[in-house]
Design a binder for this molecule. Sequence first.
Ligand code: AGP
Length: 616
Amino acid sequence: MCGIVGYVGPQQAAPVLVEGLTRLEYRGYDSAGIAVANPRSTAHPSRVVRAKGRVRDLEAALPARLAGTAGIGHTRWATHGEPSERNAHPHTSFDGRVHVVHNGIIDNFATLRARLAADGVELASDTDTEVVAHLVARELAGQDGKGLGFEDAVRAAVAQVDGTYALAVLDAQAPDRVVVARNGSPLLLGVGDGEMFVASDAAAIVRHTSQVVLLDDGDFASVTADGFRTFTADEEHTARDAVTIDLTVEELELGGHAHFMHKEIHEQPESVERMLSGRLDDRFGTAKLDGLNLDPRAMRRFARVKILGCGSAYYVGQLGASMIEDLARIPADAEPASEFRYRNPIIEPSTLYVVVSQSGETADTLFAVREIQRKGGTVVGLVNAVGSSIAREVDGGIYLHAGPEVAVASTKALTHMSVGFALLALALGRVRDLSFADGTRIIAGLRAIPGQIAQVLADEEDLAAAARDLSAAASLFFVGRVRGYPVAREGAQKFKEITYRHAEAYPTSELKHGPLALISPELPTVAIVPDDDLLERNLTAAQEIRARGGSVVAITHPGVDLGDAATQRIEVPRNEVELDPILLTVPTQLLGYHAAVALGEDVDRPRNLAKSVTVE
Ligand code: AGP
């Protein structure tokens, strides 16, 4: 949610900031802006350029010369105030001296705005962020001309603020530095050679450095060209070391694909293979998951598993719960973290809590982690982003190693999550009742997955044709039963978020209890019909749809006789029954993708959405 970038060094800041923002655009893209400070200009010690729309609109608005070697930039996902130039960041103080970019939400902004307005400060935007610029400026000015220094002024302003924030602040009269603060929203520093960077996400600075300092909640940092200093709200110095991040510029490029979503779908065979390497233990028929920090005795003590995630991660969590019940025979269920955190959940020491997140920064999931830990629960994470807040706060976990995912609509990270759950279920099962033979069977199934995903992707042309047909419908159903139901939910989610078509998921078994009333030739159904013990029942339901004039696209296994229960057939290779849902999901990714392309939608940046939801 919102991207932040900052720079201090010998280069001109504006191009560095704009390039960084381009890489962060997936975090928010309704407006963008930069502020740069120029020590050589007394007439214009700092300048701000903002634009509604994309980073390319900001680029078009930039003057030919925008000199300055320190600056901050922002790409926005609106929370307070409509997307517009006046609400775009950076926000500037009443005296023009202070510029601020912010990710998060200032909870007490209304009180602060009212107080500032009562003191005669004219507010120039509808945002919660703007107050911070005024507060810093007031602390700098002080009373009777005795103002605070820049760093102290930021500390004093932040002390008046409640809420979550990653803040980067520029003072036109201290053009050699950027001061930042973090509480609940991601922020890191990039350490270059004689230059320093600030970013909400390493993607923004990877072109310049792979050395980053991950800030913690409560951290402040003062960043100059030759280094940084971190400190707390009480002005105590803290020691923060740089770590090397494993991210390359190539991973953030389209690499010949039309969209990042397409690239990420096609990366799956290789990325899943990489994720599995070193994690399958043939000798004991289990999974090696050292990062979980749970020895076999600890794993045996859990009587339940509770999985928490948001959106698509929650749907994969449902899939994970059925894998854990199937393989480990431990009662397991999944719940949206966004609901869990608000219902005063009962935390049991005998329950293993598992959070799942691509970004590792989803606010609802992070708060669920903290709530569980506050009440004494054990929580492990399935997380993709290395070093992210959730990854750092959980008691142990499994890194998904999917590599960066840029498209807002998640695909490969979700596949990695389901593979991660299969590994977890296998490890939990093998310290309980799962036999060595069954463990070995699951290992063989997992090893087959990369090649089988490649087989599904080889049928892309057929899937694209089916997607084009589906894109003509204003509304459609995705249905599946038991293990197929989370597949249907995720299929509908992918379709709706990038095509803006109404796609609704139902358990196939529930159709006759209501939704069948909607079936007509205008409302197609995508049905998950695996070759399992529910095949006959799934075929009967599909027949019921056909009998009412509805068309059915069946995602099924080779050899299944669909008869006239389906109007179109999409095949995925058969794996082990517990792992089949992983493969059954892959065609739904391409259905959503090609339908959105056929409709001419902006596949990678769907309206109203952002990649990681770091606000409530
Ligand atoms: C997926 O396509 C969605 N954009 C969204 O539901 C996402 O899965 C959800 O916001 C959770 O994100 P996370 O995995 O980064 O926590």
